[in-house]
Design a protein around this ligand. Sequence first.
Ligand code: PBG
Length: 325
Amino acid sequence: MKFPVSRPRRLRKSQALRDMVRETAVSVNDLICPLFVKHGRNVKIPIQSMPGYYQLSVDHTVKEAREINRLGIKAVILFGIPDRKDALGSMAYAPHGIIQETVQRLKDAVPELVIITDVCLCEYTDHGHCGVVKGNDVDNDATLELLARMALSHAQAGADMVAPSDMMDGRVGAIRKHLDENGFSMLPIMSYAAKYASSFYGPFREAAESAPSFGDRKTYQMDPANAREAFREVELDVQEGADLVMVKPALPYLDVITRLRSRFDLPIAAYNVSGEYALVKAAEKLGWIDGPKVMMECLCSIKRAGADLIVTYFAKEVAKVLKGL
Ligand code: PBG
C-alpha cells in the first residue's frame, strides 16, 4: 500500500508505541566484558588509548569481577600480560601463569561468573606473533600443540570456556581433541572464526603489550576485503567442534555477521574491538558526539546485524544504562 494510506510515522508517534514495535534490544545477557590481568599487587595502570580501561593485578581483577557480576553481566574474557616473554610463549601454558592463577581466584571469589579465556600466544611471545616463528612467518602446525596445551591449562585452572583467537588452521580441532583426551569434553570452545587483520586492534596491542615486533598478522588473520571466505573459516571451525563462533571486529564487519547468521545456527558472537571503543571515547572527549548514545546505537546495530553475544569494553557502561543507573 502506498502513501497516503501507508504512513510509517503512525507507529513512531509516542515512546510507548516505539517501544512496542522495537525489533532489537541489547540485553545484559549479551555482554562479555574483557579484562587485562598483570602480575603484582594493587596494580591499576590506565591504558592511554582506552579511557576507563586498566591493566589490573589479580586482586583488582577480583574486585572488578565482583562489580561486573553485581551489574548482571554473565561473563568476562581474560587477557594475560606475563612478566616474562620468550620465543615459544611458555608462560601461556605454565601451570602458575597469570591467567591460570587469575582463573582460580575468580572461580573462588565469583563462582557464578562465566570465565572465558583468550587462547593466543601473542601476549606471551617475545616477537609478539600469535605462534611459533620460523623464518619470517608463523609455523601453523608447530603452534597447534602449544595452543592445545594453553587451552588445557586454562581448563585445569577452572575456566568455563576457552576462546582461541590465533587464527591458525586446525586449532579448534587440536584444542577440542586435547581437552577431550584430558577429561574436559564438556568445556565449550568459542572460536574467533572470522578474525580480520584489522587496524582496529591498535589500542588492544598497547593494553596487552602484544604488538608484533616485525611484519604483521596478514598470513594468519583474514583479509578485510573478504566476506565469502568467512563461510569457509566458520564451516571448518564448526566441523572441528566450535560451540560458538565470533566475528571480529564488529562494526566494520556487520555484513559478515549478517551473512553468517543466515547460514549457521550456532550462537554468533561479535567483538566490538579496542579501536571501535577508542573512536567513540575520543570523539566524546572532544565533545563531538554524545558518547553513551553512540555506544548504545553501536551495540544495537551489532545485535540487529545478527549477533547473539557482544564482547565489548563498554559492557559495564551498557549494563548501567540498561539498569537505569
Ligand atoms: C590476540 C587478540 C587480539 C585481540 C583479541 N585477541 C589482538 C590481535 O590479534 O592483534 C584484539 C582485541 C581488540 O582490539 O579489542 N590475538
